[in-house]
Ligand binder design. Structure first.
Ligand code: 0A1
Ligand code: ZN
Length: 882
């Protein structure tokens, strides 16, 4: 049954604690084919000061009540009301603790939303964040209600030999009729969104980990039968994460066991349930033959992210869902720092910034804009966004930049000490940094409440006679739809004055904006900084490491920018400056497609790219990044209006051919030097070399128009990275040719029914950069392997098409919009959360040229008129049209 009405708007300002305090939870979950019986005992107490006649109101979602007792006696019918969404009980004790026994009956097999208790390929599993627990039992289902849980699971031993829940194992044993039970005890107070239960026939691997203080922990990873051989890298990443959190943040693990379960059907990436993380198996299962280097990096990040939540999220949780960034922004920051330490810091930062610009910037600059801490929502599932996660992480990074590494660590230590066991707020978090450092972060806090991407304009003037550099900084925020007053932010601008020898100069700061170390603190709308005794004129490098999430306009000569792209000791900025030059040229070329006589990229820029790519003294992963052109979506975002995706594609493709031609010799050399090692290793160095060689392959194919090298690489490839890169060149550059078709068929045949490989096969075809790709995806809907019931499969075909195939989704005739909208309607009936996520791909529709804009609006309006649309999808569509 779908909720057909518009849900109410929940507001931050309406927060108040519950009338009843929860002391403990004891559950018995009996699993049978076709049904689950859940008996829950809550120990409750009226909160001090609450009226003696106040009723207890518990949340439900599609529930049926089958029993209710107060202190062991059945509750009379006239003192409660139960509906699928709500259980309301009157006449409860005015003082003292009491117990409520609540029995519910559910059908996990019918749960296609994958929220609450459901079955994934026969395995019983749960997903409770944000509001899934109320689909299992009636409950005070909100993050500020914390309690210890004791959970008893009963199931058929043959179907479900493995029975898992949160905390430590307490008891297990046999029951009549081939059934058995296990009891789990979680002594740590936790909110219901961290509840988890798994039951099924699973394979597992186990390892021992000793924490810094000598406590032994048994680590377990559970997978579907026959796949545990692919879990070794995840186990390794888990141990490295545990070790890193001890050293970097002083955080040790706290239970006797830490379990991870990998399942095929999951709405998101993974979930940090206390002691029992449940993962989309895409972020656990890997081997060289089925996974790319990017997949390895993804597994490492997600394993670390969920593990790090044990402290930032679980031990300290959120008071309410408005504070989601308290756990998510902070945990993303922590996983980014982990990856930076494990791999190359500069390359990691480039990746994070690319991701921020690809997902968060368009969100912040369109109708789905919201502050990092929103003030209201209609559907909380729609706020697991790039703004909350990735911009949230940028805000934590800025605090670290402002306070310095030691100051930041002191603030974190205080946060852990002061709030362990709490459901906290952003104000609590910020106060810890202020109290630990003495800094005033009140202006900084605006970043949490004020939406939108501010612009930062930087100008410079040089006085040769006195050797003085005057830098002007000016910020502005376009007034947007939500929560934007245009007040100035505290923007930390990391900088350096680079000499012609490629080293930072040591200079004197005369006056102007506050400068600490290598950070200018821009706090007013407009400020100046004067540097004296500079000597020879320096190259000004600003916003190093992307020290604030802003759009930068630096008035700087081409020759200075080219010099920095070569010399800047800050490797991130070297990349950023080059990338900006390329992006600006491609924006100009896309705006004016008639200008065909001129090359899409000036020769000096092409030389700069090839210079970076050919510099053997720099790591290969960085060189690959220097060669990677901005995405077509990024060009569209920069254009901001009248976007014509075909013109963008033409400009980018012309640039690719040009670089391919000019760099032919270099690319041949790179490929020749990249002889694969005898044994595959997923380490960052080896991955970087593969990335560089594969970018080279792409350029050579673009320049020559010859599929033969890609065909040869496809046949010879001994790992998924090289195989998929070659296949992508064939399918995207030579679609429909014999070479592409044969390789695609071979790839499918080799997938051997591994769903994750099949997903790659779908996704690759969904991203053929041609309006005709719509016919391909439409045809693939009827493929026997396509199903709307597996989120990974839906995302591979429909999500990738809408999110990553700009030319076909945004087809001028509107057919792409109509096709995706139809899929959203179908999917919405099964899984509203995933449907709503796909609907967000419409978000930039207003920036396209008139014909497309009209077609997108029509598709959205038609969608919004569909009766019975879920709250999730209605919310996204409604806001997109706003
Ligand atoms: N807290 C998880 C994200 C998550 C949120 C909602 C979910 O519901 C399906 C699942 C996962 C994380 O940050 O990893
Ligand atoms: Zn998270």
């Amino acid at each position: 049954m779908l909720r057909t009405d518009d849900g109410p708007t929940i507001k931050l300002e309406d927060y108040r604690p519950t009338d009843f305090v929860l002391h403990s939870v004891a559950m018995t979950v009996r699993l049978f084919e076709g049904r689950a019986e859940i008996d829950t005992q809550l120990e409750l107490e009226r909160r001090e000061g609450v009226a003696g006649d106040a009723r207890l109101v518990l949340d439900g979602d599609e529930l049926t009540l089958s029993g209710l007792a107060l202190n062991g006696t059945a509750v009379p019918a006239e003192t409660y009301t139960a509906s699928p969404e709500r259980l309301e009980i009157a006449s409860l004790p005015a003082t003292g603790r009491f117990t409520l026994d609540i029995a519910t009956r559910i059908v996990p097999e019918e749960n296609t939303k994958l929220m609450g208790l459901y079955r994934s390929n026969g395995v019983w599993c749960t997903q409770c964040e944000a509001e899934g627990f109320r689909r299992i039992t009636y409950f005070l289902d909100r993050p500020d209600v914390l309690a210890p849980y004791r959970v008893r699971i009963e199931a058929d031993r043959a179907t479900a030999p493995i029975l898992l829940s949160n905390g430590n194992p307490a008891e297990h044993g046999d029951l009549p009729d081939g059934r058995h039970f296990a009891v789990w005890d979680d002594p740590f107070n936790k909110p219901s969104y961290l509840f988890a239960l798994v039951a099924g026939d699973l394979d597992s691997i186990h390892e021992e980990f000793e924490t810094a203080s000598g406590k032994p922990v048994t680590l377990g990873i559970y997978t579907e039968k026959g796949r545990v051989g692919q879990a070794g890298y995840a186990m390794d990443a888990l141990k490295r994460s545990m070790w890193w959190d001890e050293r970097r943040f002083g955080r040790e693990y706290d239970l006797d066991v830490f379990n991870i379960v990998a399942i095929p059907d999951f709405n998101m990436g993974a979930m940090e349930n206390k002691g029992l993380n449940v993962f989309n198996h895409k972020y656990v299962l890997l081997d060289p033959d089925t996974a790319t280097d990017a997949d390895y990096a993804g597994v490492e990040t997600v394993i670390a992210h969920e593990y790090f939540h044990n402290w930032t999220g679980n031990r300290i949780t959120c008071r309410d869902w408005f504070q989601l960034c308290l756990k998510e922004g902070l945990t993303v920051y922590r996983d980014q720092e982990f990856s930076a330490d494990e791999r190359s810091a500069a390359v990691q930062r480039i990746n994070s910034v690319r991701r921020l610009k690809a997902h968060q910037f368009p969100e912040d600059q369109g109708p789905l804009q919201h502050p990092v801490r929103p003030r209201e929502y209609r559907e909380i599932n729609n706020f697991y966004t790039a703004t909350v996660y990735d911009k949230g992480a940028e805000l934590v990074r800025m605090i670290a930049t402002i306070l310095g590494r030691d100051g930041f660590r002191k603030g974190m230590d205080l946060y852990f000490e002061r709030h362990d066991g709490d459901a906290a707020t952003i104000e609590d978090f910020i106060a810890c940094f202020e109290d630990a450092s003495g800094a005033d972060l009140s202006q900084f806090a605006l970043w949490y409440s004020q939406a939108g991407t501010p612009s930062l304009a930087v100008s410079e003037s040089w006085d040769e006679a006195s050797g003085t550099l005057t830098v002007g900084l000016k910020q502005a925020l376009e007034l947007g739809a939500s929560g934007t007053d245009g007040d100035p932010f505290h923007i930390p601008v990391r900088f350096g004055l680079v000499g012609s020898n490629g080293q930072d100069k040591v200079v004197t700061v005369r006056h102007g904006a506050e400068v600490t170390g290598d950070v200018i603190h821009l706090t007013g709308e407009e400020e100046t900084v004067i540097f004296e005794n500079v000597g020879e004129r320096p190259y000004l490098s600003v916003l190093r490491d992307f020290s604030a999430p802003v759009t930068l306009h630096h008035e700087q000569s081409l020759s200075d920018r080219l010099a920095l792209a070569r010399l800047d000791p800050n490797l991130f900025n070297r990349w950023r400056i080059l990338n900006d030059l390329v992006a600006e040229a491609l924006v100009a070329a896309s705006r004016d497609p008639q200008r065909t006589a001129e090359p899409p990229l000036p020769a000096q820029i092409v030389e700069a790219i090839l210079g970076s790519a050919g510099d053997d003294t720099i790591e290969a992963a960085y060189r690959a990044q220097a060669l990677a052109l901005p995405s077509e979506q990024e060009i569209a975002r920069m254009l901001a209006e009248n976007v014509d995706p075909d013109a963008i594609h033409a400009a980018v493709d012309a640039a690719r051919r040009l670089i391919g031609e000019r760099g032919r010799a270099l690319f041949e050399r790179i490929r020749a030097e990249a002889r694969p090692a005898a044994e595959f290793s997923p380490d960052a160095d080896s991955a970087g070399r593969r990335a560089l060689a594969n970018v080279a392959l792409g350029y050579l194919a673009a320049a020559s128009g010859d599929p033969a090298p890609a065909e040869a690489q496809y046949r010879a490839a001994r790992n998924m990275t090289d195989r998929l890169a070659a296949l992508a060149v064939l399918v995207h550059r030579f679609p429909g040719t014999g070479a592409a078709t044969a390789a695609l068929a071979d790839f499918y045949a080799r997938s051997e029914d591994d769903g994750l490989v099949v997903d790659k096969w779908f996704a690759l075809q969904a991203t053929v950069p041609d309006p005709a790709a719509l016919d391909i995806v439409a045809g693939l809907l009827n493929h026997p392997k396509f199903t709307l019931r597996n989120p990974n499969r839906v995302r591979a075909l429909v999500g990738t098409f809408a999110g990553a195939n700009q030319r076909a989704f945004h087809r001028a005739d509107g057919a792409g919009y109509r096709w995706v909208a139809e899929r959203i309607v179908e999917l919405d009936k099964l899984n509203p959360q995933v449907a709503a996520r796909i609907a967000t791909t419409f978000r930039s529709w207003r920036s396209f040229e008139a014909e497309r804009r009209r077609a997108a609006q029509e598709a959205l309006e038609k969608l919004s008129a569909i009766p019975g649309l879920s709250n999730d999808t209605r919310d996204i569509v409604g806001r997109s049209l706003r």
